[in-house]
Design a protein around this ligand. Structure first.
Ligand code: PMP
Length: 464
C-alpha cells in the first residue's frame, strides 16, 4: 500500500523544533497535539501537508468543522470578497449585509415549522457558548431551572455545558440513558433498549416522587459524536419529541457536530422529522472560522434586551465563509452524497469488523463513522458487548498517522476510532482512507498485546 508521499519543500528540523517548543510552552491541557504530533503548514480539501514533509489525509476535519475540507475555493473567495470590500470585520451584533445574507441562507435550510417563527441569537463564537445560551434561554422562557441530558453526551467545556456532558461530576442535571445499541444499559439493545430508555425519561417526569422536578429543557445530540459516534434511532427521537412536547419542556437539539450535511441530511433532525424548539449550531456553519448561534421558536424569545451579550458575536469573515459553505452544501446536495458514500464506507467497515475480533462494533450516519475497538480475549457481557480496548485504539491511531491518515478517538474509554472526512471527498479518497485504516488496524493488532496480556488478535481471512 502507498504510504505517505514526500513534499519536497519541507524542512524536518523545523518540525521537530516547533513540536519541542510547543511541549515546553503550551498547557498540559492540550489535546489533539498529544496524539497527533504533526505541524500542518498547508492544507487543501482532505489533505494536510506537514512541516515534516509528509502529506496526511485529514479525517478529523477540525473536529467535524470542515464540511468542505480545508481551504475550499468558495470559502476562500467569500473571505477575500469581504476583505476586498472594506467591510468592517468586527461589529458586535450590528446589522450588516454579510450577516443578513448568512441568516437568510441559514433560515432557508431550517425545518419549515421552525423557520416560520425562528429567532436567531449570535452568541460567543464556540459551540459551548451556544449551549450556554440555549440553557439560559429555556430557563428564562419557562421560569424553571433543571435540565435533562444524556449519558455519554458532549456539549462543551464551559461550566454549564460540561455539567450536561457525560464526564460531569457533582451536577444537578438529570441524566437519562442514551440509546447506545452496542452497550445498551438495559442489556437488550435495538428498539426495545431505545423504548426502555424513553420510558425511563417519561417515568421520571411523571412520577411526583421521582425527585426530578419538571426541567427547563432537555438537550440531546441526534448522533453522539465525542461520545463514540452513536446514532439515536429515529423512533426514539420522535418519542423524546412527544414526551417533551406533551409536558411543555423545550427540546434543545445540539447539532454542533451533526449539522450541515454531515449525517446525510442537512440537519440530522430531518432523519426523524422532529422539529426542535432550540437548535444549537456551530462548527461547519462558520465555514472553518469561529461562529456559533442558537435558532429557536419565536415564542421562547422572552429575553430582555442585553440578556445575553458578548463582544465577539459579529465575525464577518466567519459569516461570509459560513454562508458560502451552507450554500455550497445545499446546491451540490452534499448531504445526499454524505448519505450514499457513508453507507458504502460503513458497509466496508462492516467487512473489516467481520475479519477482526478486536472490532466490537462499526456504526455511524452519513460521514460520521466510528469503529469501536474491544478486548479480543474477553467474552461478551449480558448485552453482547465486550470491554473497550483504549490501548489498541491509541495504537491504531498511531499506526494511522504513520500511514498518513489522521483520525480522532472518542467514546467511552477513548476506544472508538472516528472518521469525520469532508463531505467533498471522492470515492477514491474514501477507498484510500479505508485502505490505510485497515492496514493500520492489522499492524496495531500485530504489535499490541490484548488488555489481558494475550498475543495478537485472531484475524479472520486477509486484510481487505
Ligand atoms: N456540542 C457538540 C455536539 C460538540 O461535538 C462540541 C465540540 N466537539 C460542542 C458542543 C462544543 O463545541 P466547542 O468545542 O466549539 O465549544
Amino acid at each position: 500500500m502507498a504510504l505517505t508521499e514526500t513534499v519536497p519543500a519541507a524542512v524536518p528540523s523545523a518540525h521537530e523544533g516547533i513540536l519541542r517548543r510547543q511541549s515546553l510552552r503550551e498547557s498540559a491541557a492540550r489535546t489533539y497535539a498529544r496524539s497527533l504530533p504533526i505541524v500542518p503548514v498547508r492544507a487543501r480539501g482532505l489533505t494536510i501537508e506537514g512541516a515534516d514533509g509528509r502529506r496526511y489525509l485529514d479525517c478529523l476535519s477540525g473536529a467535524g468543522t470542515l464540511a468542505l475540507g480545508h481551504n475550499h475555493p468558495v470559502v476562500l473567495e467569500a473571505i477575500h470578497t469581504v476583505l476586498d470590500s472594506g467591510a468592517p470585520l468586527h461589529i458586535l451584533d450590528l446589522a450588516t449585509p454579510v450577516k443578513d445574507a448568512f441568516v437568510t441562507e441559514l433560515f432557508a435550510t431550517l425545518p419549515r415549522e421552525l423557520a416560520e417563527t425562528a429567532r436567531i441569537q449570535f452568541c460567543g463564537p464556540a459551540g459551548t457558548d451556544a449551549v450556554e445560551a440555549a440553557f439560559k434561554l429555556v430557563r428564562t422562557a419557562t421560569g424553571r431551572d433543571g435540565l435533562m441530558a444524556f449519558s455519554g453526551a458532549y456539549h462543551g467545556m464551559t461550566a454549564e455545558a460540561l455539567a450536561a456532558s457525560g464526564g460531569a461530576r457533582h451536577t444537578s442535571v438529570t441524566r437519562l440513558p442514551y440509546p447506545y445499541d452496542y452497550r445498551c444499559p438495559f442489556a437488550t439493545g435495538g428498539e426495545r433498549g431505545a423504548e426502555l430508555s424513553a420510558r425511563w425519561a417519561q417515568s421520571l417526569l411523571d412520577d411526583d416522587k421521582s425527585g426530578v422536578p419538571r426541567p427547563a429543557g432537555m438537550i440531546l445530540e441526534p448522533v453522539q459524536g465525542e461520545g463514540g459516534v452513536i446514532p439515536a434511532p429515529d423512533g426514539w427521537l420522535r418519542r423524546m419529541r412527544e414526551i417533551t412536547a406533551e409536558r411543555g419542556i423545550p427540546l434543545i437539539v445540539d447539532e454542533v457536530q451533526t449539522g450541515v450535511g454531515r449525517t446525510g441530511t442537512f440537519w440530522a433532525v430531518e432523519h426523524s422529522g422532529i422539529v426542535p424548539d432550540v437548535l444549537v449550531l456551530s462548527k461547519a456553519i462558520g465555514g472553518s472560522l469561529p461562529l456559533a448561534v442558537i435558532v429557536y421558536r419565536g415564542d421562547l424569545d422572552a429575553w430582555q434586551p442585553g440578556a445575553h451579550a458578548g463582544t465577539f458575536r459579529g465575525n464577518q469573515l466567519a459569516m461570509a465563509a459560513g454562508r458560502a459553505t451552507l450554500a455550497y452544501v445545499r446546491e451540490h446536495q452534499l448531504d445526499r452524497r454524505a448519505q450514499e458514500l457513508g453507507a458504502r464506507m460503513l458497509a466496508r467497515l462492516g467487512g473489516l469488523a467481520a475479519r477482526h475480533d478486536c472490532i466490537g462494533d462499526v456504526r455511524g450516519r452519513g460521514l460520521m463513522l466510528g469503529v469501536e475497538l474491544v478486548d479480543r480475549d474477553a467474552g461478551p457481557d449480558a448485552g453482547g458487548a465486550r470491554p473497550a480496548d483504549p490501548r489498541l485504539a491509541a495504537a491504531v491511531q498511531r499506526a494511522c498517522l504513520d500511514r498518513g491518515l489522521i483520525v480522532e478517538l472518542g467514546g467511552r474509554h477513548s476506544a472508538v476510532v472516528r472518521l469525520l472526512p469532508p463531505l467533498t471527498i471522492t470515492d477514491e479518497q474514501a477507498d484510500a482512507i479505508l485502505d490505510r485504516l485497515a492496514d493500520a488496524i492489522a499492524a496495531a493488532v500485530r504489535t499490541t498485546p490484548g488488555p489481558t496480556g494475550s498475543s495478537p488478535t485472531t484475524m479472520r481471512g486477509t486484510t481487505p
